[in-house]
Design a protein around this ligand. Structure first.
Ligand code: RVP
Length: 502
């Protein structure tokens, strides 16, 4: 006879946290959100820990190299999307790894034989007034000079004047040597009252610029997540099809952590992929697996060698798997059961395998609930898709700014590998939709606001770490009527936009 889970499966919306005792030093500034990403043995530390418990979804509309840099600056990790050719995914990983905090590749470069008009055209296009003058007009060329707006007067000079006649030539240039640290470059900026300093190698070739404003930005990211070589930590999605080619290429490109991206991960294919990684790389390559929604799924992937296990089927905002196939489980129930399985596994084996709650986070307080229920970190798509840094278009629809956001199971993404279980290829069906999400501004501002709420709630619960919250959090189910009680009610709102506070 088939099995029944007689309790209904629940979503985050059906729970609330009950405050605990708040001691005087349980304050937001004392809360740490540091969290393990990959498995570790009792008494040891996870080799990859994030400074905030947020990772961005393995999706075309969410995680490219730009998102990876923006999120690592805040202390989280992006998993660069897998539904693209190996070469382009590798390029994205390389670009994110090559990004040196505070060091930027020059985007405005000209040759000395070009003219002041070319300078003006370039400035109008890029909005930047510092232009490198190199022998071949590229960002890696031999540096012959520099032009800033202090070098020319538009009202007095002929637009055809050659750049070589007014640029600051190399022998008068103040520059930093390749290999210098950001703080050394910053000293040069301050000592010489400059806004930008070129970084030049021993062949006189341009490598980067350091701008005063970028140094200040860098200093305002105390949580940034760096590897041992001070490069940003970057994740990448893989699948169970081309892993024998894709994984070595991603490892070579410098990806720090991989994640098998599948809508349903309790499968022999995932077992085989994990085995292949362990046979070839031992424990040196870190790889998570999923998605699962129960103890059996967790135990299978844990035994197969997963570094973390991802939870969630059908709860994603763009996901219609539950409607199409009738599989899935309420995200809260799934997290609670898998967290118990993770703890049992730890007790039995002494190996802690972090779990990631993937999809279905709508309100910021859902993040706190998911952590309290046992998640070590959270994967989100819709949340990040709304920001400037997501790869999709920002559009004005009916007077409101929106960003595009589509599921990996939609016709638009054509990521059929994520869902494919064989059968006639002409009979494919969608498991995701193509949508818009409200544009929300910068990742930095939003992540900081959301996590401030999370920390503040943790203080209400008397907890200053995620582990503390997982062990001591107290939650209650809410009835349908008490959900109504939780919002503003029985009053007429002066500002109706407050109806939709996220
Ligand atoms: P959300 O954050 O609620 O937007 O959910 C994002 C998650 O949804 C992804 O990390 C992935 O697990 C899932 N997803 C992605 N595409 C689709 C689909 O097309 N059904 N689902």
């Amino acid at each position: 006879m088939a099995q029944y889970c007689n309790e209904p499966s629940r979503t985050f919306n059906e729970y609330l946290l009950i405050p605990g005792f708040t001691a005087k030093d349980t304050r937001v500034e004392n809360v740490s959100l540091k969290t393990p990403i990959v498995k570790y043995k009792k008494g040891e530390e996870s080799e990859i820990q994030a400074n905030i418990p947020l990772v961005s979804a393995v999706m075309q509309a969410v995680s490219d190299d730009n998102m990876a840099v923006a999120l690592a600056k805040e202390g989280g990790i992006s998993f660069i999307f897998v539904s693209q050719p190996i070469e382009s995914q590798v390029e994205m990983v390389k670009r994110a790894k090559a990004y040196k905090a505070g060091f930027v590749k020059s985007d405005s470069n000209l040759r000395p034989d070009q003219t002041m008009q070319d300078v003006l055209n370039m400035k109008a296009k890029s909005g930047h007034s510092t232009i490198a003058i190199t022998d071949d007009g590229t960002a890696e060329g031999k540096v012959l000079g520099l032009v800033t707006s202090r070098d020319y007067r538009v009202s007095r000079m002929d637009p055809n004047t050659k750049i070589s006649d007014f640029m600051t030539p190399f022998d008068k240039l103040i520059y930093a040597k390749d290999g210098c640290t950001l703080s050394e470059a910053n000293d040069i900026l301050w000592d010489n009252k400059l806004n930008a300093v070129p970084v030049i190698d021993d062949q006189q070739r341009l490598t980067h610029f350091v701008f005063r404003k970028d140094y200040d930005n860098h200093k305002s990211n105390p949580n940034e997540l760096l590897d041992a070589h001070k490069r940003y930590v970057v994740g990448a999605g893989v699948n169970t099809r081309d892993y024998e080619e894709r994984i070595p290429a991603l490892v070579e490109a410098g990806a720090d952590v991989l994640c098998i991206d599948s809508s349903e991960g309790y499968s022999e294919w995932q077992g085989e992929t994990l085995k292949w990684v362990r046979d070839r790389y031992g424990d040196t390559v870190k790889i998570g697996a999923g998605n699962v929604v129960d103890k059996e799924g967790f135990d299978y992937l844990a035994k197969a060698g997963a570094d973390f296990v991802k939870i969630g089927i059908g709860g994603g905002s763009i996901c219609i798997t539950r409607e199409q196939k009738g599989i899935g489980r309420g995200q809260a129930t799934a997290v609670i059961e898998v967290a118990q399985a993770r703890d049992d596994y730890f007790k039995k084996t002494g190996v802690y395998i972090p779990i990631c709650s993937d999809g279905g986070i709508v309100y910021d307080y859902h993040m706190t609930l998911a952590l309290a229920m046992g998640a070590d970190f959270l994967m989100m798509g819709r949340y990040f898709a709304r920001f400037d840094e997501s790869p999709t278009n920002k559009l004005n629809v009916n007077g409101n700014y929106v960003k595009e956001y589509w599921g990996e199971g939609s016709n638009r993404a054509r990521n059929w590998q994520r869902y494919d279980l064989g059968g006639d290829p002409r009979m494919k069906f969608e498991e995701g939709v193509d949508s818009y999400v409200p544009y929300a501004g910068s990742l930095h501002d939003n992540v900081n606001l959301s996590l401030n709420k999370v920390k503040s709630t943790m203080c209400n619960c008397g907890c200053i770490s995620i582990k503390d919250l997982q062990q001591n959090g107290k939650m209650t189910l809410v009835s349908a009527t008490s959900i109504v009680e939780g919002g503003a009610h029985d009053v007429i709102l002066r500002d109706s936009s407050q109806n939709a506070i996220r």
